[in-house]
Write a protein that binds this ligand. Structure first.
Ligand code: XMP
Length: 310
C-alpha cells in the first residue's frame, strides 16, 4: 500500500464529499477512530465536530486521556456523558447478540441526537475491513456495520456515513496512523471493541459488573505491558466459583485473562506469557477486587474461538 497516496486521496475525498456541510466524528480513542478523525480534521478542520461518547464501558481513565491527547494535537474533543442511557439499554439482557444490538441501538440513538443537534450532514466512521468481513460472514454483529443490519442512516437519522478506512486491515491502519503523526500512546494501544467492556461481560451488564472488569483489565494491561501483546484483557464470567478468604468460604466471581498475538485480528494465538506474570495478575485481581474468587487463563486460538467473549 502507498500510504502517502492513500492519505491524500482520502483527504481529498472527505473534503469534496463534505463540502461546507460539516461532519461529526465519534472518537473512541482506538487506532481506527483516531486515524479517521485525524484524516477528517486534515480535510475539513473545525468543520469536523469530534465527540467522545462515554458509554460507561470504557477502560479506566480513557475519556480524559483521549481528550488530552487530542488537545495536544490541536483537536478539541467534547465528552458526551451517556452512561445511564447505555446501562438502561443493556439492563436485563444476557444473550450476546441481543447485548450487541442493544449497545448498537443506544450508540446510534446517541449519535443521531448529536448529529441533529450539531446540524452536520455526515458521520465519519472508522470501520475497517475485518469488521465488514466478519459481520458479512455472520460471525458476529459489529456495532458499526449499518448496511448489514438494514439501517439506512440517511433515511433513519438524516446523515450519510463516510468510512475512509473500510478497505484497510489493522496493520495498514497503523501505517496510516504513523504517517499522520498519531502519538505513540494511541498507536500502541491495544484494540478495544466498539461495545467496550460489554463484550467482556458474560451475563448482565451493570455498572457494578463493568467496574469489576474495568479494574481487572487495568491490572492485566499494567502487568503485560512489557510484553506488548496484540490484545490482552479480562473477562467476567456469568457463573461463580468457590474460594476461601480469611478462613471463610466465599462464592465469588470468575475472571478470565485473555491475551493473544495476532496481525490483523482475523486469526490469533494465545500469548506465551511467563508463568510468573500470570500468577502476579491472578494474585492482584484476587487481592484488589474483593468480589473475585477465581482467575483462569484462556488458551483457545482464533479460530475456533473469537478474541472477544461475546
Ligand atoms: P473477535 O472477537 O471477532 O474480534 O475475534 C476481532 C477484533 O475486533 C474487535 N472487536 C470489535 N471491534 N466493534 C469493534 O469495533 C465490535 O463490535 C467488535 N467486536 C470485536 C476485537 O477486540 C478484536 O480486536
Amino acid at each position: 500500500m502507498d500510504v502517502k497516496a492513500f492519505i491524500s486521496e482520502q483527504i481529498e475525498f472527505i473534503r469534496k464529499t463534505v463540502g461546507e456541510a460539516g461532519a461529526l466524528s465519534a472518537l473512541s480513542g482506538g487506532v481506527d477512530s483516531s486515524t479517521c478523525t485525524l484524516l477528517a480534521w486534515r480535510a475539513i478542520g473545525p468543520r469536523l465536530k469530534v465527540v467522545f461518547i462515554d458509554d460507561g464501558l470504557m477502560r479506566e481513565g480513557e475519556p480524559q486521556q483521549v481528550k488530552s491527547t487530542f488537545a495536544s494535537l490541536g483537536i478539541p474533543v467534547e465528552i458526551v456523558e451517556a452512561q445511564a442511557d447505555f446501562f438502561k439499554a443493556l439492563a436485563g439482557l444476557v444473550d450476546p447478540e441481543e447485548k450487541r444490538k442493544a449497545f448498537r441501538e443506544a450508540f446510534y440513538t446517541t449519535l443521531g441526537r448529536l448529529i441533529r443537534e450539531s446540524g452536520v450532514k455526515f458521520l465519519i466512521q472508522g470501520t475497517i475491513a475485518a469488521d465488514i468481513i466478519e459481520t458479512r460472514g455472520g460471525i458476529k454483529t459489529q456495532h458499526n456495520i449499518l448496511e448489514q443490519i438494514g439501517i439506512d442512516p440517511e433515511l433513519s437519522f438524516g446523515f450519510k456515513v463516510i468510512e475512509p478506512l473500510k478497505t484497510l486491515f489493522k496493520h495498514e491502519v497503523r501505517e496510516v496512523a504513523r504517517e499522520l503523526g498519531l502519538p505513540e500512546a494511541i498507536l500502541k494501544r491495544m484494540p478495544f471493541p466498539g461495545p467496550g467492556l460489554a463484550a467482556r461481560i458474560l451475563g448482565e451488564v451493570t455498572p457494578e459488573r463493568a467496574a469489576i472488569v474495568r479494574r481487572a483489565t487495568q491490572i492485566v494491561e499494567e502487568e503485560v505491558s512489557p510484553f506488548q501483546p496484540f490484545q490482552a484483557f479480562a473477562v467476567l464470567l456469568a457463573d461463580k466459583g468457590t474460594g476461601v478468604e480469611k478462613g471463610q468460604r466465599k462464592f465469588g466471581d470468575i475472571v478470565i485473562i485473555r491475551s493473544v498475538e495476532s496481525r490483523d485480528a482475523m486469526t490469533a494465538e494465545p500469548s506465551l506469557l511467563p508463568w510468573e506474570v500470570l500468577m502476579r495478575i491472578t494474585r492482584r485481581i484476587i487481592e484488589e477486587i474483593p468480589s473475585v474468587a477465581r482467575v483462569a487463563y484462556e488458551l483457545t486460538p482464533k479460530p475456533p474461538a473469537t478474541i472477544e467473549f461475546i
